[in-house]
Design a protein. Structure first.
Length: 424
């Protein structure tokens, strides 16, 4: 049956779903006096209404207690980063000691590659996906060069081999088997940023380990989007940002995971005083004694104002639960897919895999008429209060986030796209 383009139908899909009420917990930007249909959670999540109170709490504490705010009252700054550790571990499926909020994503990637990319003449290579997010590729290439090796031979990229520019598990397995004796590190995304394809972290970690390589993951588009089980999956390390689906604000403090088996590793690392064990940190001794677990990779004391909004978002994730959010996400994205398939198939090609297990919130769409038409549709949507994002060369990403998007938003996208088609 064709999915109806009916507001009553869209409202009925949200009726009785308690998670639909979470939209009221966010500030939704207005367009001509009406809330936007906002589909950019994969670039910048909306502001939780509770974020202001957490930020103001820090500002008030600073105003009235100054340096004593580190040690007095509620939400003391000395252990402030610990306030997000347990809820963050819940979101990514990790033990409390395996996660830390610190720095930015690419800085964390470099810090963890210092420890986990240890190339030798026999094993110098890093394997990534072709078309990786540029910052990841820059980081990987620079690390290879830093160690005296050549990216021309030691940066291995797995080309897409499946519809929509996606990469099959067979291609990943074949690449790891082929290059296994030379691989030092497999660095793979949880969700590929351009296509929206989600990957099996556990399966890729097993393949990497079987080949004798380290398994690391960039989860920028997976955290808060997909249920993750990083500890059970056996990933050696992972990095991510919190400004996308975790709604912690522009340039928010990022996150990192280090598996518990490396909690007391003697691997080299770049050290800083906040990574030193807390019980002796203020003795200011010359010998670095790392905190066991992911916190041992910290460098400087954390930015308290930067962490404050993350607390508000994690409160909402805790209330909803990742399993329920995932189920709602599948309904929203499935509705988007059905509307495109039934009403816009002559206009839009869906690049993201059809299998819900191979995607999260995001559908990546390509206008069949070419790049110029794609850009024209994107501009039309934006002018109509429907905000997705554009990724070169020709992709519109639409990401219904289950914390704040409704089925009516998805319907609005489809109607706006139909309006554009009729105007051509």
């Amino acid at each position: 049956m064709t999915v109806p383009l009916s507001e009553d139908h869209a409202r009925a899909l949200d009726a009785g779903d308690p998670l639909a009420a979470l939209r009221a917990e966010f500030h939704v930007p207005l367009h001509e006096g009406r809330e936007q249909a906002y589909f950019c959670g994969n670039s910048l999540g909306l502001q939780p209404r509770g974020a202001r109170a957490h930020v103001e709490e820090v500002l008030e504490k600073w105003a009235h207690e100054a340096v004593e705010g580190h040690f007095r009252g509620q939400a003391q700054w000395m252990p402030y980063h610990e306030l997000v550790a347990a809820p963050l571990a819940e979101v990514v499926g990790a033990e409390r000691e395996e996660v830390v909020a610190m720095n930015s994503l690419t800085a964390n990637l470099h810090l963890l590659m210092v420890s986990f990319y240890r190339p030798t003449a026999e094993r110098p290579a890093i394997l990534i996906e072709a078309g990786a997010f540029p910052s990841d590729r820059y980081a990987v290439e620079s690390q290879i060069r830093f160690h005296g090796f050549d990216p021309a031979t030691d940066l291995i990229e797995v080309a897409p081999d499946a519809p929509g520019g996606t990469v099959s598990m067979a291609a990943i397995e074949q690449a790891i088997e082929r290059h296994g004796p030379r691989l030092a590190l497999v660095l793979w995304p949880g969700v590929q940023y351009r296509t929206g394809q989600a990957f099996d972290v556990a399966a890729i970690a097993r393949l990497a380990h079987t080949a004798g390589a380290i398994a690391g993951f960039d989860l920028a588009h997976a955290v808060g989007n997909l249920p993750l089980r990083l500890h059970d999956a056996g990933a050696d390390f992972a990095v991510w940002c919190h400004y996308k689906y975790l709604n912690a604000g522009p340039g928010a403090v990022a996150g990192a995971f280090v598996h518990a088996r490396h909690a007391r590793t003697d691997r080299p690392r770049f050290a800083g005083w906040w990574g030193h064990e807390a019980v002796t940190r203020f003795r200011m001794g010359p010998r670095f004694a790392p905190t066991p677990g992911a916190e041992g990779w910290q460098l400087s004391n954390p930015p308290i104002l930067g962490l404050a909004p993350l607390r508000a978002s994690l409160d909402l994730f805790g209330r909803a639960g990742m399993a329920a959010l995932r189920a709602r996400s599948q309904r929203l994205t499935g509705y988007l897919e059905a509307l495109v398939r039934d009403h816009l198939d002559d206009v839009l090609e869906i690049l993201t895999p059809k299998d819900p297990a191979q995607r999260g919130c995001q559908l990546s769409l390509r206008v069949r008429a070419g790049r110029d038409a794609g850009r024209a549709l994107f501009d039309h949507l934006s002018a109509d209060g429907v905000l997705g994002d554009w990724r070169e060369p020709d992709t519109i990403r639409i990401s219904p986030a289950p914390l704040y998007n409704h089925h009516a938003d998805v319907l609005r996208f489809a109607r706006s796209a139909l309006g554009w088609r009729q105007s051509q």
